[in-house]
Design a protein around this ligand. Structure first.
Ligand SMILES: CC(C)[C@H](C(=O)O)[C@@H](O)C(=O)O
Ligand code: SF4
Length: 475
């Protein structure tokens, strides 16, 4: 019998019951909760008069609807200007009080984007099953956890039973070997992978990211990569546990201590695919061939190198692809054949659960240092992923670097990643964004999103158009 993949091991360890029809009951170790997808779940429990199975398995934080402007947060929840946002955040607070769930409320320093605070707190650990009513839950797979997004009815189910009905996915390995060139980041790696496999490439699969590039990557970088597994069609993204994982997890508030730590290590050290494990699909990329990436269209797979050009629809033979490209270019206000570096920017957003961790902010600050935002760039928002990231960045003086460059330094929120709070992109505006989705209207009605790394975003803010960050750091 062939060995097991990491996914097989995590699945088997949480299997409660396997049915002949392929469905299975899986035990859930941790549920993360935010304000958008939880209200109906709590309402369902209230109506049915059901308590939680294990309130301490849940951890909540508001993120999507919280304003990133300090002035709008000074009054706490009551000060949130948008009615829907205020009600959403208040409802989360009330539900967590009623059901006894730990919540990091709006001005708690531990508050932040749910996918940033889980690992930061040690609330997501290797070997866990982690769910959240949010498609970017795959982020937590970076720790060697089995993590995926769920719908609101499943949120209710997990709250009530700590179990979920699932079907096992197929195993896919995305292998990137070699060394990344300077200026090429984890964000570029995952964008290049999506460019290669397409947004449906991982459908029905759990992706493990393997190879020397991921082994040599920091935990923050691995989180960036796993975060966007869903943009490649896979609900699950994972990286095997190694010393980098253990060093990251050790000493965090929710991490095991003393004897429990030793016991955990014994198990965690088994969390990698066996050498003879068989994957249903393997995709390989050469690290050295990856250049800084920029999306030009309205889907994450519409991506190319910063040294490339916007595709010409007339060069595309596949009629569906051709039509999609025409539509995308029209929405984006771009012409086929133009250089990526000729795309001018109105706005830059550095933040989101993809790229708002300390390492991302350090990278952006290193590029911004001593420079000034270009005149044509009206707004640059730098939004740390959590209050703790913000505090750390301020201790290092990163906030000053951003402010001196003419950028805004905000409070933890999903902010302009999606237009669910006051931070919205204007109609027709081009934004270099470190987030993960460039769908039409994602950052605001008629807004035009270009996905990039934090380094590339900062360099674009300074130049006013896209530039190859490799030239900037070599200059
Ligand atoms: C609001 C939430 C349900 C949604 C998600 O599931 O991902 C959001 O976080 C997003 O990034 O689009
Ligand atoms: S930062 Fe963006 S992608 Fe992440 S959870 Fe918030 S809205 Fe979703």
């Amino acid at each position: 019998m062939a060995g097991k993949t990491l996914y097989d091991k995590l699945w088997d360890a949480h299997l409660v019951k396997q049915r002949d029809d392929g469905t299975a009951l899986i035990y859930i170790d941790r549920q993360l909760v935010h304000e958008v997808t939880s209200p109906q779940a709590f309402e369902g429990l209230r109506i049915a008069g059901r308590p939680l199975w294990r309130s301490d398995a849940n951890l909540a934080t508001p993120d999507h609807n919280v304003p990133s402007l300090k002035s709008e947060r000074d009054g706490g929840v009551a000060g949130i200007v948008e009615d829907i946002s205020r009600i959403q955040v208040q409802t989360l607070d009330d539900n967590c009080d009623e059901f006894g769930i730990t919540e990091f409320e709006i001005n708690d320093i531990r508050q932040g984007i749910v996918h940033v605070i889980g690992p930061e707190q040690g609330a997501t650990l290797p070997g866990m099953t982690v769910v959240c009513g949010d498609s970017h839950t795959a982020t937590h797979g970076a720790l060697g956890a089995l993590a995926h997004g769920i719908g609101t009815s499943e949120v209710e189910h997990a709250l009530a039973t700590q179990c979920l009905i699932q079907k096992k996915m197929k195993n896919m390995l995305v292998k990137v070997e070699g060394e990344l060139n300077p200026g090429v980041t984890p964000k570029d790696v995952i964008l290049a992978v999506i460019g290669e496999i397409g947004t449906a490439g991982g459908t029905g699969h759990a992706i493990e990211f393997g190879g020397s590039v991921f082994r040599n990557m920091s935990m923050e970088g691995r989180m960036t990569v796993c975060n966007m597994a869903i943009e490649g069609g896979a609900r699950i993204g994972m990286v095997a546990v190694d010393q980098t994982t253990l060093d990251y997890v050790e000493g965090r508030p929710f991490s095991p201590k003393g004897e429990d730590w030793d016991k955990a290590l014994e198990y965690w050290n088994t969390l990698h695919s066996d050498d003879d494990a068989v994957f249903d699909r393997v995709v390989e990329l050469d690290a050295a061939s990856i250049v800084p990436q920029v999306t030009w269209g309205n889907s994450p797979e519409m991506v190319t190198g910063v040294n490339g050009v916007v595709p010409k629809p007339e060069d595309i033979t596949d009629p569906t692809k051709k039509a999609a490209t025409e539509r995308a270019l029209e929405y984006m206000g771009l012409t086929g054949g133009m250089s990526i570096t000729d795309i001018k920017l109105d706005c830059v957003f550095i933040g989101s659960c993809t790229n708002s961790r300390i390492e991302d902010l350090r990278a952006a600050a290193a590029v911004a240092k001593g420079n000034t935002v270009a005149d044509n760039v009206k707004r640059v928002l730098v939004v740390p992923g959590s209050g703790l990231v913000k505090e750390m960045a301020e201790k290092e003086g990163l906030d000053k670097i951003f402010l001196e460059a003419g950028m805004e330094w905000r409070e933890p929120s999903c902010s302009m990643c999606l237009a669910m709070n006051s931070d919205k992109l204007g109609e027709g505006e081009h934004c270099a964004s470190t987030s993960n989705r460039n769908f039409e209207g994602r950052q605001g009605f008629g807004g035009r999103t270009h996905l990039v790394s934090p380094e590339m975003a900062a360099a674009a803010a300074i130049a006013g158009h896209f530039v190859d960050v490799r030239d900037v750091i070599n200059a």
